[in-house]
Design a protein around this ligand. Structure first.
Ligand code: R5P
Length: 290
């Protein structure tokens, strides 16, 4: 018998998944102490006894708080059962999947080791940043929300833009549902300053002339990538939409992206906020059945 624990960052998603899966869902209460420490209480923890417990909990910003919260939940759940599935719809730290600069820690590797200490049967995530990041996670299933995002744009005659080479495959998958063409912007990020640059003279940009454009990315964090991409194409194309699985939307990114000329931002509810218009609970519900 399975039961869902609703991690506070993913409460609505956990409840809608539970409803679709006809499973009971129980809440977690969080208290913060003056020094910043967090205490979690699982309401009705006795219901977890020897059950298959599915924790649904994104580690979106504030990432460290939400990560610690997840670890404290895992610790409590482990006292009641050894059958644990961790669903982390948005897994933070996956972008640091290699030693980009000498001396850097490969964060996703260490996060994976920490999660492993709780001996989960399975970890389920959605559109993890890269295959390399995925390779560090043991017993992990990576689902994709790309078909659901494409469904939102069904019938649109648009050109699909990947803001960088790393997103090409994702953009191609998205475009395959709309039977659209894909172009990849000639973008690179300065690893030291973090500055994003695009070669504005590239002839590839002629492709967006007069067209509706959908920029596809795995995540929007500060919005810098999308704003940069929009600034380069907005005077050439008819209209810009952007879509991603994980909309972190830091530092008023939503408003900044709209101000930069983007008509709408369509994201999923792996992170619950103003942009989460596509529901991934059917995806999770299917995966936890297996
Ligand atoms: C980069 O490799 C990712 O796919 C995203 O493009 C990036 O993380 C988005 O970050 P921001 O919104 O801060 O540009």
């Amino acid at each position: 018998m399975s039961i869902i624990v609703a991690g506070p960052p993913s409460k609505m998603l956990a409840y809608s998944t539970a409803k679709l899966s006809s499973l009971e869902c129980i809440d977690v209460t969080t208290k913060r102490f003056p020094d910043g420490e967090i205490k979690i209480t699982i309401d009705d923890a006795s219901k977890l006894e020897d059950k298959h417990v599915i924790i649904i909990h994104s580690t979106n910003p504030p990432v460290n708080d939400n990560l610690i919260q997840l670890l404290l939940i895992l610790g409590k759940v482990r006292e009641h059962t050894s059958k644990i599935t961790i669903v982390i719809p948005y897994l933070s730290y996956a972008r640091q999947d290699r030693e980009f600069l000498k001396g850097e820690s490969v964060s996703v590797n260490h996060i994976s080791n920490i999660l492993d200490a709780f001996l989960p049967r399975r970890i389920i995530t959605i559109d993890i940043h890269s295959q390399l990041a995925l390779s560090y996670l043991r017993r992990c299933v990576n689902l994709t929300a790309v078909p659901l995002l494409a469904e939102w744009f069904k019938g649109k005659d648009a050109i699909v833009v990947s803001p960088d080479i790393g997103g090409r495959e994702r953009a191609e998958l998205f475009a395959s549902f709309l039977k659209s063409k894909v172009i990849v912007l000639p973008k690179y990020r300065d690893r030291v300053t973090g500055e994003v640059k695009i070669d504005e003279d590239s002839s590839i940009l002629n492709e967006v002339e007069g067209r509706e454009v959908i920029i596809v990315d795995d995540m929007i964090s500060t919005g810098a990538s999308i704003i940069k991409a929009s600034s380069v194409i907005k005077n050439r194309c008819k209209e810009i939409y952007t879509t991603c699985t994980h909309a972190l939307l830091l530092n008023n990114a939503y408003e900044k992206i709209i101000d930069a000329g983007v008509r709408d931002i369509i994201a999923t509810n792996t992170i619950e906020n103003i942009a989460s218009k596509v529901d991934v609970s059917p995806l999770i519900s299917n995966a936890i059945k297996e």
